[in-house]
Design a binder for this molecule. Structure first.
Ligand SMILES: *Cc1c(COP(=O)(O)O)cnc(C)c1O
Length: 428
């Protein structure tokens, strides 16, 4: 049994002054039981908690840390730029440098605007899509998460286009009524929505490989279908690649599937662990953003030098070492496959989805391809597995419906250890 006194004390203290003791809900371990760990250090594939326990980390700050914790060139870049002042709220040279580096990886992006979170990126992209098309409705998919802007916090409506109902207290029906939530991977639902709301749909926003209901890849032809129906209709196609950008491939899902969305939202990896988001796309659309155009969007800390430096160091490393993606593919494939074999041996029903270094083990026998199938998972079995792994020194995201991430810092030794621990945990 790991020691946990210090984490418990820290959590009691935080809980008195921060709602639930956390600044983002899933950190609270609510869906897996137990209390959150307080992490105090990370290096490479490993993290350490306040009680001195060491873990192999498959959260990676929820995706940004593709190079692992405290990667030397990222640390150095932030330290160096910080010495000259952390923020000016004025133009600095590094903003265009990161913009060029991102555009180099994403040919669909001609111009890009940096913000401070993925939430801001998607919220702004939708405002822009509505302005560009002069239309009201947006289509999103059940189980896709695009941050917590009001119009995007809409629960699953099933089947055909149902009018949105709020997915959070405090979101007015009026704010959600133009959001159509459709099942992911179902072409017909999208066709019906476009027929019903003919000429009124501003955009389709999609996680082209979903990470936020666990990892769920698109069916063959699905993304091509979304591209073609939006093009025909004149709606804007937004790929939310906040999680997948620079993760599943250097150029994200759009590189893997050779699809050109109109707008792309990014975050996570492009901040290298610091708070960054971005939205970009065709110049013709992006030039509608203020000060060139009438769409207002701003941020005191947007393009912050420290955040840009961490992102640039990360993207440069990925660019200089394209072998990283092959190595991630090989290692993650081996890990996911070996754990499935172990589950079979122990008689535990388990299925897995994986794209590159993004993956989820779903505790159920059937394939997962949308929210309804994901929701059939045995979350109690996941919770048990999660805590058995934690006790054995493996840190997994504390929810069945979050993707896990491998980093370039994970070694074959880490994998062997993880497979051994998973095998024990599945047997317990
Ligand atoms: C994480 C995430 C967001 C939100 O980003 P934040 O920086 O947490 O606001 C949006 N979309 C996707 C696909 C994400 O994974």
């Amino acid at each position: 049994m790991n020691r946990s006194e210090n984490s418990k004390l820290l959590h009691a203290r935080a809980s008195r002054v921060i709602p639930g003791g956390v600044n983002s809900p899933v950190r609270a371990f609510k869906s897996v039981g137990g209390e959150p760990l307080y992490l105090v250090r990370g290096k490479g594939s490993r993290v350490w908690d306040a009680d001195g326990n060491e873990y192999i980390d498959y959260v990676g700050s929820w995706g940004p840390l593709i190079l692992g914790h405290a990667f030397p060139t990222v640390v150095r870049a932030v330290e160096e730029i910080n010495r000259d002042g952390a923020s000016f709220g004025a133009c600095t040279p590094i903003e265009a440098e990161l913009a060029e580096a991102v555009i180099d990886a994403f040919p669909s992006i001609e111009k890009i605007r940096f913000v401070s979170s993925g939430t801001e990126a998607t919220m702004s992209a939708i405002r822009l899509a509505r302005a560009y098309t002069n239309r009201k409705y947006i289509i999103k998919f059940e189980g896709c998460y695009h941050g917590h802007a009001d119009s995007l916090l809409v629960k699953a409506g099933s089947g055909v286009a149902t009018l949105g109902i709020p997915g959070s207290a405090g979101v007015l029906e009026e704010q959600a009524q133009f959001t159509l939530a459709l099942p992911f991977n179902h072409q017909q639902a999208v066709e019906e929505a476009f027929a019903t709301f003919d000429g009124q749909i501003a955009c389709v926003i999609v996680e082209p490989v979903v990470g936020n209901m666990g990892c769920v890849p698109p069916r063959k032809g699905y993304l091509e279908f979304l591209r073609s129906i939006t093009s025909k209709d004149g709606a804007v196609l937004i790929f939310d690649e906040v999680m997948t950008g620079f993760r599943v491939a250097f150029g994200g899902v759009q590189e893997l599937h050779k699809i050109t969305p109109d707008l792309t939202t990014l975050g996570k990896i492009i901040g290298g662990g610091l708070p960054v988001g971005a939205y970009g796309g065709r110049a013709e659309i992006m030039d509608m953003v203020a000060p060139l155009g009438p769409v207002y969007q701003a941020g005191t800390l947007s393009g912050n030098p420290l955040a840009m430096a961490a992102g640039l160091a990360t993207v440069r490393e990925l660019k200089n070492r394209p072998d990283i993606y092959q190595q991630l593919e090989r290692r993650t494939s081996a890990l996911v496959g070996e754990v499935l074999v172990a589950a079979k041996r122990k008689g535990v029903p388990l299925t897995a989805n994986r794209v590159g270094s993004m993956f989820t083990w779903f505790f159920q026998p059937d394939k997962v391809h949308d929210w309804d199938t994901a929701a059939k998972s045995d979350t109690k079995a996941f919770a048990k597995f999660h805590s058995a792994m934690l006790e054995r020194g493996v840190y997994l995201p504390p929810s069945q419906y979050e993707a896990m991430f491998m980093s370039a810092a994970h070694t074959d030794g880490d994998l062997q250890e993880t497979i051994e621990m998973a095998s024990q945990a599945l047997g317990s």
